[in-house]
Design a protein around this ligand. Structure first.
Ligand code: 5GP
Ligand code: ZN
Length: 113
């Protein structure tokens, strides 16, 4: 996707410091963190939202949780963390390239509002 912000970050068009990278994913700090640790994990391939997950690409979601768990260990989040995906307008999604927020370093509240 030519004008997708997260595609540009993933393919290096917008310089970013990656906290994790492999052939299929990158992870980087959120520009506007809402917790001491706030990392975004995204697939390099453009998938607009969780609503576009299907039988062919669903394996990516399991991998994202594995990456989140590894990052949480790397970041010392021994007491836990939260993984969030906002899906489309009512879900609060503001960037239309699927991403998972890894949030940690403070007590999370529920319900989130
Ligand atoms: P959403 O609201 O779609 O679930 O999350 C999008 C997230 O992307 C927000 O937390 C926002 O702060 C973050 N974000 C938006 N633009 C940029 C950017 O250019 N760089 C980084 N690192 N994060 C961004
Ligand atoms: Zn994209």
């Amino acid at each position: 996707m030519d004008d997708c912000l997260f595609c540009k970050i993933a393919n290096g068009e917008i310089a970013s410091e990656f906290l994790y990278e492999d052939d299929e994913f990158v992870a980087f700090s959120d520009i506007n963190p809402i917790a001491p640790i706030h990392i975004l994990i995204i697939p390099k391939t453009h998938i607009a939202s969780a609503d576009d997950i299907d039988e062919k690409n669903s394996y990516l979601i399991g991998k994202i949780f594995t990456i989140a768990s590894q990052l949480a260990k790397d970041m010392g989040l021994k007491k836990g963390y939260r993984i969030v995906n906002n899906c489309k307008e009512d879900g609060g999604q503001s960037v239309d390239h699927i991403h998972f927020h890894l949030l940690g370093g403070r007590q999370m509240l529920w319900p989130p509002g």
